[in-house]
Ligand binder design. Structure first.
Ligand SMILES: [Zn+2]
Length: 411
């Protein structure tokens, strides 16, 4: 292939380290890209440095050349969505992708006040087949004069993506609406209701008791691969496939993309898809956010996630209550329903669900999202009550206010 085209690359290396050393010395980093190419089914690769424009004109004519971009320099936002269809299923993949794109936009618009919705563009690529669900999303912030990029993917972007992960977990396990079911993967041949109850229990532990381990199954349950934000990441190129699997080529999905050029312009799609190179001529760094400088402890690292085994589905006893517990819960229910009225508010805390968390502790969920701590309605986060049968206190809590804030009501 190389002889047919002449030397399509500028430099070729047998190891990644050699390539990175050479690239580090390069004075044309803005126009050079780093590429890896698989040459056998074991996934062994050669590494190349090549001028971007030269590469694109070569690559357009190649069929499934098993190529990867090595993410160096800066970084656009990228997301790898995947799951094994033989083990799991998701309620309507396409809706799930749309929700993730929507939540990404919402998250970054809230984070960066200088950003507007019309500045956000994204490209979706699909390499799925009957066995595997596999999508890539590349998102860019293109302002009129310039593009905003993250200074790198393994530190700067990663911190934001881990915050987004927290945002998504909150969204998935707190929202009352129906969208959550499109973001989670369900295990095949397992009772959905049982699985949902189990994850509800874990999310309660995570948000209310700060149990870090609970985050792991919650994170694993979304179909996003959170391990891709690492140094020198190889990210498969648009129209490439893995060496041993030539059918799974990353194809462009127009209906899940928003680009400011024609969908037929292949060269522009290539340019847009290079994560570590800006799409615009002018490029500025995303400003550092003091909030994300220190990773808080709820941001579990990838090693932790890999190390923990998948949890078993647990069964719960909801109805197995003693006479004493049942009576106490009945009187507490009346108290909660009338609580807001007693405080002069025109709302009823209608109880939607009651669950047993440990021997004497119950969680009581209500429909109304009025927060007694902040004294206002939450737009999406639920509020709930914790009742310990052995004490004479009902504790009000709120997912928006978080696990450290509460409001105790003496009975
Ligand atoms: Zn609140």
């Amino acid at each position: 292939m190389e002889s047919e085209h002449g030397f399509w690359y500028d430099y070729k290396f047998h190891t990644l380290i050699e390539m990175l050393e050479k690239y580090g010395e390069s004075s044309s980093k803005a126009t050079d890209i780093c590429i890896a190419r698989e040459y056998n089914v074991e996934g062994n690769r050669y590494y190349y440095i090549i001028n971007k424009a030269k590469f694109i004109s070569f690559y357009r004519d190649e069929f499934a050349p098993h190529m990867y971009e090595i993410v160096t320099d800066k970084s656009a936002i990228y997301i790898d969505l995947e799951y094994d269809r033989q083990q799991c299923y998701v309620n309507w993949d396409e809706i799930g992708i749309r929700i993730i794109i929507h939540q990404l936009k919402k998250f970054f618009l809230r984070k960066f006040h200088f950003l507007k919705e019309e500045n956000i563009f994204y490209l979706t690529l699909d390499a799925s087949n009957a066995k595997k669900f596999s999508f890539h999303i590349v998102m860019r912030f293109l302002l009129t004069e310039h593009e905003l990029m993250f200074p790198n993917n393994f530190d700067s972007l990663k911190k934001y993506m881990f915050q987004f992960r927290e945002h998504l977990i909150q969204f998935t396990y707190n929202e009352v609406n129906d969208d959550a079911k499109h973001l989670v993967k369900y295990t095949k041949n397992v009772d959905v209701n049982l699985e949902n109850k189990y994850f509800q229990h874990l999310s309660w532990n995570y948000f209310c008791q700060g149990v870090e381990e609970a985050a792991i199954p919650l994170i694993e349950r979304t179909f996003i691969d959170w391990k891709v934000y690492s140094k020198n990441r190889n990210f498969r190129l648009y129209q490439s496939s893995k060496f041993g699997d030539p059918t799974r080529i990353l194809n462009f999905v127009p209906k899940l993309s928003k680009l400011r050029f024609s969908h037929r312009c292949i060269v522009k799609i290539y340019e847009f898809s290079f994560i570590s190179k800006p799409f615009s001529k002018q490029c500025k760094n995303i400003p550092a956010d003091v909030e994300v400088l220190s990773m808080n402890k709820t941001c579990l690292n990838d090693t932790t996630i890999v190390a923990v085994n998948k949890c078993k589905i647990l069964e719960f006893d909801y109805d197995d209550l003693s006479e004493q517990h049942r009576k106490k819960l009945e009187s507490i229910s009346v108290l909660i329903q009338n609580l807001a009225v007693r405080k002069g508010l025109n709302i009823d805390y209608n109880i939607t669900n009651m669950s047993k968390l440990s021997n004497n502790i119950y969680c009581i969920n209500v429909l109304e999202k009025y927060c007694l701590i902040e004294k206002k309605y939450n737009s999406s986060n639920r509020v709930y009550f914790i009742y310990n049968v052995n004490t004479s206190i009902v504790r009000f809590k709120c997912f928006k206010c978080g696990k450290n804030q509460f409001f105790d009501i003496k009975i």
